[in-house]
Write a protein that binds this ligand. Structure first.
Ligand SMILES: Nc1ncnc2c1ncn2[C@@H]1O[C@H](COP(=O)(O)OP(=O)(O)OP(=O)(O)O)[C@@H](O)[C@H]1O
Length: 452
């Protein structure tokens, strides 16, 4: 009788599963797929008849299978952001299933596809205009001595000689283009034209920069004005200048030195724009003499020395700024996405300060966006941040070496609370951990009303 009723239920269940807009997957204890609905077919492009009856691990990386993880842990997950494949982003609920005796018999997952949302957000951020001021200034509001000196020098230089050619030097994503925009918005009235020297072939880059006279073409209308002329009173930003063909580099050096250049139709064009170039790192000065060949990547020496170099350190060398930058990007992402700004537990702020951020600002921005999208009401802890950023030991956290006094009041308070917690309330040890005197700690405790 029971079997009969169960048999009757099957068509209802199948229709129910297909009516659900989320991807539903059911596996048995061994990980063999029992159900795979329409939405799952669409999300992963795998037909039901191909996957049902097969081990799910044949279709996905084992480590990325939340279903197997919940069976291993015996614990459900709800509303967790998950990336089952490099090109798929989902919110997932996954639950282990037990029989009447409490024996594990399998698991069910329900996944909501948010790939488009993530992609759209990414695009929005990539396209986003750098703005003209305040919004991104906190990135360069620094407590780092070297960067402070560099920025002071730049400010003086621009006040005295706003047309000087600059070379922004720094790892990928440190903010070279942002700083170039900042300089531009402060001192130039024309347009900001950006060219990536990796993206164009030798001849094309030359034409893009210096233009081409009408004599090369049949009609006058096909005459091409170069960016150096087009950006008059503005800025030409040359990204990855070390990838510029050497012939063009020599021509550019000559144009900067002569204050202008001759176009192919013989006209002398004055250089009215500011040239700002960027490079990830300076070529090794000795490499040419040591190996007897041009340094790789080749950068014309004459051109190099025509630029004032502005070095921007990677984030791991300005750790004292990291908490402020993370909070800035959290607020920026929340504002743009219309979502509440998540709060970070102090240990997370410290973990971020200790992390190396190889992708620099770009990585911070993406990480904070993700936290805004996935974060809930509660303050975010270690389990909410990418595994690679979690400290392996408590020492990693305390080694974050974020000096007090360089932090905002909010962060300073968090840092003190963390130190008190880590030292079991021992104020002398906490003061040592924080690198301040005991008296200063007592003052701060009173100031923030901690331990009242
Ligand atoms: N308006 C903005 N405010 C704050 N951050 C921004 C803004 N626009 C972009 N960013 C973030 O800063 C990151 C780094 O900026 P930028 O492109 O200036 O670095 P870069 O050093 O020039 O990088 P690359 O070496 O790739 O040329 C961007 O990838 C983006 O995540």
């Amino acid at each position: 009788m029971l079997d009969e009723r169960q048999n009757q239920r099957h068509p209802f269940y199948d229709s129910l599963l297909d009516a659900i807009p989320e991807a539903v997957t059911v596996v048995d204890r061994s990980g063999t797929v029992l159900n795979w609905n329409h939405a799952a077919e669409q999300l992963y492009g795998i037909a039901e008849e191909d996957i049902v009856g097969q081990p799910i691990a044949q279709f996905f990386q084992r480590a990325s299978l939340m279903l197997l993880q919940v069976m291993d842990n015996g614990l459900p997950v709800y509303g967790v952001y998950h990336q089952p494949r490099p090109d798929k982003h989902v919110y997932i609920n996954a639950v282990p299933v037990t029989d009447h005796h409490g024996e594990l018999v399998g698991a069910i997952s329900i996944e909501q596809d948010i790939t488009d949302v993530v992609r759209l957000n990414d695009e929005r951020f990539h396209q986003q205009d750098l703005g003209t001021g305040e919004e991104w200034q906190p990135i360069f509001d620094t407590a780092n001595r070297d960067l402070k000196e560099t920025l002071t020098f730049l400010e003086k230089l621009e006040a005295l000689d706003p047309a000087s050619s600059l070379l922004m030097v720094g790892e990928n994503g440190v903010g070279k283009a942002i700083l170039a925009r900042f300089v531009h918005s402060e001192h130039r009235s024309g347009s900001f034209v950006s060219l990536d020297c990796r993206a164009l072939t030798e001849g094309l880059l030359d034409i893009e920069l210096f233009g081409q006279g009408a004599s090369y073409f049949a009609q006058e209308s096909t005459k091409k004005v170069g960016k150096l002329e087009l950006a008059a009173e503005g800025t030409v930003y040359l990204r990855h200048i070390d990838k510029m063909p050497i012939v063009t580099q020599v021509k550019l050096a000559q144009a900067i030195r002569d204050g202008g250049f001759t176009t192919t139709d013989g006209k002398f064009t004055k250089l009215c724009c500011q040239v700002i170039a960027s490079i990830d790192s300076l070529p090794d000065a000795d490499s040419a003499s040591v190996h007897g060949e041009p340094p790789s990547p080749p950068l014309d020496r004459e051109l190099l020395y025509l630029f004032q170099q502005i070095a921007i350190p990677p984030l791991r060398e300005r750790r004292e700024d990291i908490p402020g930058i993370c909070h800035f990007y959290l607020r920026l992402a929340s504002k743009r996405l219309g979502m509440p700004t998540p709060t970070l537990k102090p240990e997370v702020t410290a973990a971020f300060a200790a992390y190396t951020w190889p992708g620099n600002l770009t990585e911070v921005q993406r990480t904070m966006e993700r936290l805004v999208i996935t974060g809930g009401e509660a303050p975010l802890g270690f389990s909410d941040i990418p595994a690679a950023m979690r400290p392996k030991t408590v020492k990693d956290v305390t080694d974050a070496a974020v000096p007090l006094g360089t932090l905002s009041e909010e962060l300073e308070r968090e840092r003190i609370e963390l130190a008190i917690a880590q030292t079991g309330g021992n104020k002398a040890k906490a003061a040592r951990l924080l690198g301040i005197s005991r008296g200063a700690l007592y003052y701060k405790l009173r100031q923030y009303g901690i331990g009242d």
